[in-house]
Design a protein around this ligand. Structure first.
Ligand code: MD3
Ligand code: FE
Length: 217
């Protein structure tokens, strides 16, 4: 664990917690840039508005989603996939803004993964009561690549399980500005988000936004 209260560049982080082998929380890593990050997210969702995807089983997801980058994660009656085209617009997903790409690369390096070049950024929007059921992320081709997640807005309880669905979950509070790097032996652990409690954040109101950066191809 390192403490650097006066860090002024992206090369150091303020507070790091090793959750498990391969999983590092960088507390407040996105804080210094939060307004630029949110401006970039707003620009993306102006072009690719949030929508509620349907699972292959026909259930509407309570989390609303959008994407930027060369690939976007989508779900429909046919299954889950990474698609270069936004099915709602028929157009490519908006490009990944530089401020987001840079945040993901710096965080991955702090988590021990050099030269992370994400081609997909999934943007999840949670409103009060919204949850994400326990799942694994396994739609990517190369599990040696990490996933970087950025939490913005109201706090959430992240559920961090094991390699089997019925393994006990740790409950990890994630709040505005927290960045987590998931890789190595943590890459295929089950995880989810508990129902969002009503709360208020100065920049996002009652919402939580989570960005997940991945190398899909
Ligand atoms: C642990 N999103 O989009 S990000 C997802 O807060 C997703 O919106 C959650 O799970 C959210 O798939 C959690 C944190 C996360 C992402 C990928 C992981 C944790 C992970 C992969 C392996 C282990
Ligand atoms: Fe996930």
């Amino acid at each position: 664990m390192t403490l650097d209260l006066f860090a002024d560049s992206g090369e150091t982080c303020t507070w790091r917690e090793e959750l498990a082998a391969g999983a590092a929380v960088l507390r407040g890593q996105a804080l210094a840039n939060d307004t630029a990050i949110l401006a970039a997210v707003r620009e993306v969702v102006a072009q690719a508005p949030f929508r509620h995807l349907v699972t292959p089983g026909g259930l509407r997801m309570s989390v609303a989603m959008s994407n930027c980058g060369m690939r976007g994660w989508v779900s429909d009656r046919h299954g889950y996939r990474y698609d270069p085209i936004d099915p709602d617009s028929g157009q490519p997903w908006p490009p990944m803004p530089e401020v987001l790409r840079q945040l993901a690369g710096e965080a991955a390096a702090l988590g021990g993964f050099q030269a992370f070049e994400p081609d997909a950024c999934l943007i999840n929007r949670y409103e009060p009561g919204t949850h994400l059921s326990l799942h694994q992320d396994r739609d990517e081709r190369d599990f040696s690549q990490p996933i970087v997640s950025v939490s913005l807005g109201v706090p959430a309880t992240f559920l961090f399980g094991g390699l089997r669905r019925d393994d006990k979950c740790l409950r990890i509070p994630l709040t505005h500005g927290d960045v987590v790097v998931w890789g190595g032996p943590a890459r295929l652990r089950y995880h989810g988000v508990a129902p969002l409690k009503p709360a208020w954040h100065a920049l996002l109101g009652a919402q939580r936004i989570n960005l997940t950066f991945r190398k899909a191809l």
